[in-house]
Design a protein around this ligand. Sequence first.
Ligand code: ADE
Ligand code: ZN
Length: 335
Amino acid sequence: MPDLSAFIKGLPKAELHLHIEGSLEPELMFDLAARNGLSLPFTSVEAVRAAYDFSNLQDFLDIYYAGASVLLTRADFHDLAMAYFERAAADQVRHAEIFFDPQTHTDRGVGFDVVMEGLLSAMTEAKGRFGLTSKLILCFLRHLPEEAALATLAEAEPWLDQIAGVGLDSSEQGHPPSKFARVFAAAGAKGLKVVAHAGEEGPPAYVWEALNILKIDRIDHGNRSLEDETLVERIVADGLTLTVCPLSNHKLCVVSDLAQHPIKKMLDLGLKATINSDDPAYFGGYVNANFSAVTKAVGLTRDEIVTLAKNSFTGSFLTPAEIAAHLAEIDAYCA
Ligand code: ADE
Ligand code: ZN
């Protein structure tokens, strides 16, 4: 098996599943805690990394929300996003569609405008410095009531021209997509794109609900769709993209071993899978690390890697002309 890491490194790609709060590296966590006069329940960066040993999604979420508590000011959100963009640009990411969790911040008294202004200033800087374009996807926390999501959508109203879509994240089990039917209908009526985490830990029924009730434009994770043949046929027929996150799936025990990861099977079934990093600071790597690790583990071919990169643009919310330009760049790179 040839080492395809060098090929992956230079391949133009988009990232469609990245929680900006999940890109908070322990070093920056300590810097921001010091800047804001906060203390952390850890004595060192190494101690933080040692705590990143998860048995399931909830184990991770508990530590992820604790980490996000160092984010207070516009500058904090700017610095967080800029650190991600620098790493993404180094991985030849040309476009990123970034999740953010406003409720994680507004519930601590941080203003919605503070979050938006910090993220948007970094997005402008990334476009200027790296030519890297990006869009924002506002995620509702599914462990909270739908009323809280509706209130968050109302708070977002003045910013809607800067937000591409809404998503659904946090604890999946026990919080089915149907719980958020009204807020997703309201977001769709405002012209926002809609996506949802579904089938990460939750059953195929949750993916069905995301399709039929939330009317999603893209599926985040979707791994457990493979348990339902009719569901797979539906996703293929609708041409929906799946934002798959291999290192996350391994760290959160969605797969017991990376060699068991279904990415190849997804492609074989005709699913438009993509590779993404989810929460790279917590799961051990950014997008290229995800490509390389899963390539080694399951033996992806060069053609499969190219398909995954092309899917990242065709599954994006860019315009057809923008997508065509990115696909042409991939073809030029491969030639
Ligand atoms: N929030 C951040 N990462 C997440 C994931 N992988 N699943 C659900 N919610 C999340
Ligand atoms: Zn995610």
